[in-house]
Ligand binder design. Sequence first.
Ligand code: MN
Length: 234
Amino acid sequence: MSTLFISDLHLCDQQPHITRSFLSFCEHKARDIRALFILGDFFEYWLGDDALDRTANMAQQALSNINQRGIDLYFMAGNRDFLLGKQFATACGMQIIEEPHKIELNGETALLVHGDAQCTDDEPYQHVRTMLRNPEWQRQFLQMPIAQRIEFAQQARMQSKQHTQNSHAEIMDVNPQAIDNLFSQYQVKTIIHGHTHRPAIHCEDDKKRIVLGDWHYQTSYLSHDASGFHLICQ
Ligand code: MN
């Protein structure tokens, strides 16, 4: 049985076509599989488990249906949905995993990360990331009224868009040294990540770095079975 990996769907009410693709994926692809790993930026933004929009409710129903088929679900946070909490995860029947997370696939280990932490050339972003991942900052944010959280998120997305437009493409990619460090620190031959929206399987010596794709114009997922890895964009 295969294991599937997805990331960077950026689900939100404003992009209903992506939600439709995901629901179709759940119905047709997420069957007779062992597990589904979601490696971050599943949602375009997350304002707290007490602030679900229509898309979040639909995704919850779809995930919980998959889980009821006996398929294991795992969720790793990305830079946009890092506030997704236990309450929502439990309602979906998925287990939250922290990055980096090591898994075993047919006796071989692989390391899972979202990918943003390895974009070390983007210093301004890494600075913001440190703040956003601070538990005390997160606690205070989640205590704000929902309207205030929405306002903050809108501003943050606008700034992030400007920053992306103003930065060189190489800066927005993972740093090779940061990736090498992961390979050696965790003693793995395979790393799977998303975030950069540059789907590919990079092979160097005996090491493999698999990058998942986003879902804006396609359905993109990685499948692993007895014959190995298959990166599918359709
Ligand atoms: Mn990301």
